[in-house]
Design a protein around this ligand. Structure first.
Ligand code: MG
Length: 320
Protein backbone atom coordinates (compact mmCIF):
# COMPACT_ATOMS: atom_id res chain seq x y z
CA UNK A 1 0.00 0.00 0.00
CA UNK A 2 3.02 2.24 0.36
CA UNK A 3 4.29 4.46 -2.44
CA UNK A 4 7.78 5.38 -3.62
CA UNK A 5 9.23 8.72 -2.49
CA UNK A 6 11.65 10.70 -4.63
CA UNK A 7 13.26 12.23 -1.56
CA UNK A 8 16.94 13.15 -1.76
CA UNK A 9 19.33 12.79 1.16
CA UNK A 10 22.06 15.37 1.81
CA UNK A 11 25.15 14.59 3.88
CA UNK A 12 27.35 17.16 5.59
CA UNK A 13 30.64 16.13 7.17
CA UNK A 14 32.66 18.04 9.71
CA UNK A 15 35.49 16.82 11.93
CA UNK A 16 34.69 13.20 11.08
CA UNK A 17 31.02 13.53 12.03
CA UNK A 18 28.06 13.34 9.68
CA UNK A 19 24.73 15.10 9.53
CA UNK A 20 22.05 13.87 7.17
CA UNK A 21 19.32 16.06 5.73
CA UNK A 22 16.54 15.45 3.30
CA UNK A 23 14.67 17.17 0.48
CA UNK A 24 11.25 15.66 -0.23
CA UNK A 25 9.89 17.31 -3.36
CA UNK A 26 6.26 16.98 -4.42
CA UNK A 27 6.03 17.98 -8.12
CA UNK A 28 3.60 20.88 -7.53
CA UNK A 29 6.26 23.04 -5.85
CA UNK A 30 8.52 22.81 -8.92
CA UNK A 31 11.58 21.17 -7.35
CA UNK A 32 13.12 17.93 -8.52
CA UNK A 33 16.42 16.05 -8.28
CA UNK A 34 17.98 18.25 -10.99
CA UNK A 35 17.04 21.58 -9.39
CA UNK A 36 17.98 20.34 -5.92
CA UNK A 37 21.27 18.90 -7.19
CA UNK A 38 22.19 22.20 -8.84
CA UNK A 39 21.25 24.19 -5.72
CA UNK A 40 23.12 21.85 -3.37
CA UNK A 41 26.24 22.19 -5.52
CA UNK A 42 26.14 25.96 -4.94
CA UNK A 43 25.41 25.43 -1.23
CA UNK A 44 28.38 23.03 -0.98
CA UNK A 45 30.67 25.62 -2.61
CA UNK A 46 29.51 28.11 0.02
CA UNK A 47 29.77 25.72 2.99
CA UNK A 48 33.07 23.99 2.11
CA UNK A 49 35.48 26.72 3.32
CA UNK A 50 33.61 27.04 6.63
CA UNK A 51 34.24 25.04 9.78
CA UNK A 52 31.66 26.62 12.04
CA UNK A 53 30.91 26.15 15.69
CA UNK A 54 27.39 24.81 15.35
CA UNK A 55 24.57 25.99 17.56
CA UNK A 56 21.09 27.33 17.00
CA UNK A 57 22.25 30.86 16.21
CA UNK A 58 25.12 29.93 13.91
CA UNK A 59 22.90 27.49 11.99
CA UNK A 60 20.32 30.26 11.54
CA UNK A 61 23.10 32.52 10.27
CA UNK A 62 24.35 29.88 7.81
CA UNK A 63 20.80 29.29 6.60
CA UNK A 64 20.29 33.01 5.96
CA UNK A 65 23.31 32.85 3.64
CA UNK A 66 22.15 29.61 2.02
CA UNK A 67 18.70 31.16 1.50
CA UNK A 68 20.30 34.09 -0.32
CA UNK A 69 22.09 31.85 -2.86
CA UNK A 70 18.94 31.63 -5.00
CA UNK A 71 15.18 32.14 -4.58
CA UNK A 72 12.87 29.11 -4.25
CA UNK A 73 14.54 25.72 -3.69
CA UNK A 74 12.74 25.41 -0.36
CA UNK A 75 13.13 21.63 -0.01
CA UNK A 76 16.80 21.73 -1.06
CA UNK A 77 17.38 24.47 1.54
CA UNK A 78 15.52 22.38 4.14
CA UNK A 79 17.87 19.47 3.45
CA UNK A 80 20.88 21.68 4.28
CA UNK A 81 19.15 22.98 7.42
CA UNK A 82 18.22 19.48 8.62
CA UNK A 83 21.74 18.16 7.91
CA UNK A 84 23.24 21.08 9.89
CA UNK A 85 20.92 20.35 12.82
CA UNK A 86 21.77 16.65 12.79
CA UNK A 87 25.47 17.46 12.55
CA UNK A 88 25.09 19.75 15.57
CA UNK A 89 23.39 16.92 17.51
CA UNK A 90 26.18 14.50 16.54
CA UNK A 91 28.86 17.01 17.66
CA UNK A 92 27.13 17.65 20.98
CA UNK A 93 26.29 13.93 21.41
CA UNK A 94 22.79 14.96 22.45
CA UNK A 95 19.40 14.37 20.84
CA UNK A 96 18.28 17.28 18.69
CA UNK A 97 15.00 17.78 20.55
CA UNK A 98 17.01 18.35 23.73
CA UNK A 99 19.31 20.90 22.07
CA UNK A 100 16.27 22.73 20.71
CA UNK A 101 14.71 22.81 24.18
CA UNK A 102 11.40 21.18 23.28
CA UNK A 103 9.32 19.20 25.76
CA UNK A 104 8.61 15.65 24.52
CA UNK A 105 5.61 15.47 26.87
CA UNK A 106 3.87 18.04 24.67
CA UNK A 107 4.00 15.84 21.54
CA UNK A 108 0.58 15.82 19.86
CA UNK A 109 -0.66 12.57 18.27
CA UNK A 110 0.00 12.36 14.55
CA UNK A 111 -2.67 11.68 11.97
CA UNK A 112 -2.30 8.94 9.35
CA UNK A 113 -3.33 9.84 5.79
CA UNK A 114 -5.73 7.53 4.07
CA UNK A 115 -5.48 7.90 0.28
CA UNK A 116 -8.92 7.52 -1.21
CA UNK A 117 -9.60 4.20 -2.87
CA UNK A 118 -12.17 1.46 -3.25
CA UNK A 119 -13.72 0.20 0.00
CA UNK A 120 -11.73 -3.05 -0.32
CA UNK A 121 -8.40 -1.21 -0.62
CA UNK A 122 -9.40 1.21 2.14
CA UNK A 123 -10.08 -1.72 4.43
CA UNK A 124 -6.56 -2.94 3.70
CA UNK A 125 -5.09 0.53 4.33
CA UNK A 126 -6.87 0.73 7.67
CA UNK A 127 -4.54 -2.01 8.90
CA UNK A 128 -1.58 0.37 8.35
CA UNK A 129 -3.53 3.03 10.27
CA UNK A 130 -3.89 0.77 13.31
CA UNK A 131 -1.11 2.39 15.48
CA UNK A 132 -2.48 5.88 14.79
CA UNK A 133 -5.32 7.51 16.71
CA UNK A 134 -6.35 10.05 14.03
CA UNK A 135 -7.14 9.58 10.33
CA UNK A 136 -6.49 12.27 7.72
CA UNK A 137 -8.69 12.21 4.64
CA UNK A 138 -8.17 14.17 1.42
CA UNK A 139 -11.37 15.67 0.07
CA UNK A 140 -12.11 18.31 -2.57
CA UNK A 141 -14.03 15.98 -4.89
CA UNK A 142 -17.66 16.01 -6.05
CA UNK A 143 -18.38 13.07 -3.73
CA UNK A 144 -16.80 14.19 -0.43
CA UNK A 145 -19.70 12.92 1.71
CA UNK A 146 -19.44 9.44 0.15
CA UNK A 147 -15.72 9.32 0.96
CA UNK A 148 -16.35 10.19 4.61
CA UNK A 149 -19.23 7.68 4.80
CA UNK A 150 -16.89 4.95 3.48
CA UNK A 151 -14.18 5.84 6.02
CA UNK A 152 -16.78 6.00 8.79
CA UNK A 153 -17.88 2.44 8.00
CA UNK A 154 -14.33 1.35 8.79
CA UNK A 155 -13.38 3.47 11.81
CA UNK A 156 -14.74 5.83 14.44
CA UNK A 157 -11.36 7.54 14.98
CA UNK A 158 -11.31 11.38 14.74
CA UNK A 159 -10.72 12.67 11.20
CA UNK A 160 -8.71 15.62 9.87
CA UNK A 161 -9.93 16.73 6.44
CA UNK A 162 -7.62 18.21 3.80
CA UNK A 163 -9.69 19.76 1.01
CA UNK A 164 -6.47 20.44 -0.93
CA UNK A 165 -7.82 23.70 -2.47
CA UNK A 166 -10.65 21.65 -3.95
CA UNK A 167 -13.75 23.56 -2.78
CA UNK A 168 -15.15 26.39 -4.89
CA UNK A 169 -18.60 27.31 -3.56
CA UNK A 170 -18.65 29.08 -0.17
CA UNK A 171 -22.18 28.09 0.89
CA UNK A 172 -21.69 24.47 -0.13
CA UNK A 173 -18.40 24.42 1.77
CA UNK A 174 -20.03 25.80 4.95
CA UNK A 175 -22.84 23.26 4.66
CA UNK A 176 -20.31 20.47 4.21
CA UNK A 177 -18.24 21.63 7.20
CA UNK A 178 -21.36 21.38 9.40
CA UNK A 179 -21.99 17.85 8.16
CA UNK A 180 -18.31 16.90 8.62
CA UNK A 181 -18.37 18.18 12.22
CA UNK A 182 -21.36 15.90 12.90
CA UNK A 183 -19.31 13.02 11.50
CA UNK A 184 -16.32 13.34 13.80
CA UNK A 185 -14.14 15.63 11.66
CA UNK A 186 -11.97 17.90 13.83
CA UNK A 187 -10.20 20.28 11.45
CA UNK A 188 -10.32 21.48 7.82
CA UNK A 189 -7.18 22.17 5.81
CA UNK A 190 -6.90 24.44 2.76
CA UNK A 191 -10.55 24.60 1.66
CA UNK A 192 -10.12 26.98 -1.30
CA UNK A 193 -7.45 27.91 -3.86
CA UNK A 194 -4.33 29.17 -2.11
CA UNK A 195 -4.77 32.74 -3.37
CA UNK A 196 -8.49 32.92 -2.59
CA UNK A 197 -8.01 34.25 0.93
CA UNK A 198 -11.37 36.04 0.82
CA UNK A 199 -13.23 32.72 0.58
CA UNK A 200 -11.10 31.18 3.31
CA UNK A 201 -11.80 34.17 5.56
CA UNK A 202 -15.54 33.93 4.79
CA UNK A 203 -15.53 30.27 5.80
CA UNK A 204 -13.26 30.75 8.85
CA UNK A 205 -15.65 33.41 10.21
CA UNK A 206 -18.57 30.93 10.03
CA UNK A 207 -17.00 27.47 10.38
CA UNK A 208 -17.55 25.49 13.57
CA UNK A 209 -14.26 23.66 12.83
CA UNK A 210 -10.81 25.29 12.80
CA UNK A 211 -9.67 26.09 9.24
CA UNK A 212 -5.95 25.68 8.46
CA UNK A 213 -3.77 27.07 5.68
CA UNK A 214 -1.42 24.69 3.90
CA UNK A 215 -0.64 25.82 0.34
CA UNK A 216 -1.56 29.43 1.31
CA UNK A 217 1.29 29.44 3.83
CA UNK A 218 4.76 28.41 2.81
CA UNK A 219 7.23 30.66 4.58
CA UNK A 220 7.28 33.04 7.51
CA UNK A 221 6.67 36.05 5.24
CA UNK A 222 3.28 34.57 4.25
CA UNK A 223 1.96 34.70 7.82
CA UNK A 224 1.28 38.42 7.73
CA UNK A 225 -1.56 38.05 5.25
CA UNK A 226 -3.19 35.04 6.87
CA UNK A 227 -4.21 36.06 10.39
CA UNK A 228 -7.81 36.81 9.41
CA UNK A 229 -8.21 34.17 6.72
CA UNK A 230 -7.47 31.08 8.82
CA UNK A 231 -7.54 29.80 12.39
CA UNK A 232 -4.19 28.09 11.96
CA UNK A 233 -1.32 27.23 9.65
CA UNK A 234 0.32 23.99 8.61
CA UNK A 235 4.10 24.38 8.87
CA UNK A 236 6.12 21.95 6.75
CA UNK A 237 9.92 21.92 6.76
CA UNK A 238 9.95 21.32 2.98
CA UNK A 239 7.96 24.51 2.39
CA UNK A 240 9.65 26.79 4.93
CA UNK A 241 13.32 25.81 4.31
CA UNK A 242 13.78 23.82 7.51
CA UNK A 243 13.89 23.96 11.29
CA UNK A 244 15.56 27.37 11.60
CA UNK A 245 12.67 29.13 9.89
CA UNK A 246 10.10 26.58 11.14
CA UNK A 247 10.76 27.48 14.78
CA UNK A 248 10.62 31.21 13.96
CA UNK A 249 7.36 30.68 12.08
CA UNK A 250 5.87 28.78 15.00
CA UNK A 251 6.72 31.62 17.40
CA UNK A 252 5.38 34.31 15.05
CA UNK A 253 2.17 32.37 14.26
CA UNK A 254 1.55 31.92 18.00
CA UNK A 255 2.08 35.63 18.59
CA UNK A 256 -0.53 36.28 15.89
CA UNK A 257 -3.02 34.04 17.68
CA UNK A 258 -2.89 31.28 15.07
CA UNK A 259 -3.13 27.58 15.86
CA UNK A 260 -0.29 25.40 14.66
CA UNK A 261 -0.02 22.17 12.77
CA UNK A 262 3.22 20.53 11.66
CA UNK A 263 2.88 18.59 8.44
CA UNK A 264 5.08 16.79 5.94
CA UNK A 265 5.53 15.61 2.38
CA UNK A 266 6.60 11.98 1.86
CA UNK A 267 9.82 12.26 3.85
CA UNK A 268 11.84 9.31 5.11
CA UNK A 269 12.38 8.94 8.88
CA UNK A 270 15.17 11.55 8.59
CA UNK A 271 12.84 14.39 7.62
CA UNK A 272 9.99 13.12 9.77
CA UNK A 273 12.13 13.03 12.92
CA UNK A 274 13.33 16.57 12.14
CA UNK A 275 9.68 17.67 11.86
CA UNK A 276 8.94 15.80 15.09
CA UNK A 277 11.26 18.16 16.98
CA UNK A 278 8.93 21.01 15.99
CA UNK A 279 5.77 19.05 16.81
CA UNK A 280 5.69 19.69 20.61
CA UNK A 281 5.24 23.40 19.82
CA UNK A 282 2.17 22.60 17.71
CA UNK A 283 -1.47 21.79 18.47
CA UNK A 284 -1.73 19.20 15.71
CA UNK A 285 0.72 16.91 13.92
CA UNK A 286 0.48 15.23 10.56
CA UNK A 287 3.93 13.70 10.25
CA UNK A 288 3.17 10.31 8.77
CA UNK A 289 5.21 10.55 5.52
CA UNK A 290 7.66 7.77 6.32
CA UNK A 291 4.83 5.31 7.00
CA UNK A 292 3.38 5.98 3.54
CA UNK A 293 6.52 5.07 1.56
CA UNK A 294 8.21 1.77 0.77
CA UNK A 295 11.76 3.03 0.16
CA UNK A 296 12.53 4.47 3.59
CA UNK A 297 16.22 3.64 4.14
CA UNK A 298 15.81 4.15 7.89
CA UNK A 299 13.88 2.39 10.61
CA UNK A 300 10.38 3.77 11.11
CA UNK A 301 10.25 6.18 14.07
CA UNK A 302 8.86 4.80 17.30
CA UNK A 303 5.21 5.43 18.05
CA UNK A 304 3.70 5.63 21.50
CA UNK A 305 -0.08 6.08 21.83
CA UNK A 306 -0.19 7.37 18.25
CA UNK A 307 2.55 9.94 18.96
CA UNK A 308 6.02 9.99 17.41
CA UNK A 309 8.48 9.34 20.21
CA UNK A 310 11.47 11.69 20.47
CA UNK A 311 14.24 9.20 21.17
CA UNK A 312 17.56 9.75 22.89
CA UNK A 313 19.58 8.82 19.81
CA UNK A 314 21.77 11.70 18.64
CA UNK A 315 19.89 12.03 15.39
CA UNK A 316 16.61 10.38 16.28
CA UNK A 317 16.64 7.63 13.65
CA UNK A 318 18.64 4.55 12.74
CA UNK A 319 19.64 3.09 9.38
CA UNK A 320 17.89 -0.19 8.59
MG1 MG B 1 -2.42 19.75 2.79
Amino acid sequence: MRTHTNAMLTTLELQGLRGIGEAAMPPYYGENHQTAGAFLQKAADFLRPHSPQLNRETIAGIMAEVDAIAPGNHAAKASVDIALHHLWAAMERKPLWQLLGVDPAKMPPTSFTLGIDTPEVLREKMKDAEPFSIIKVKLGTDHDRDIIRTVRELTDKPIYVDANQGWTDRDQALDLVGWLAENGVKIIEQPFKKDDLASSQWLSERSQLPVFADESCQRQVDLAGLAHAFHGVNIKLMKCTGLSEGFCMAAMARAMGLKLMVGCMTETSCGIMAAATLAPLCDYADIDGCWLIKNNPFEDPELEDGKVRLTNHFVGWQTK
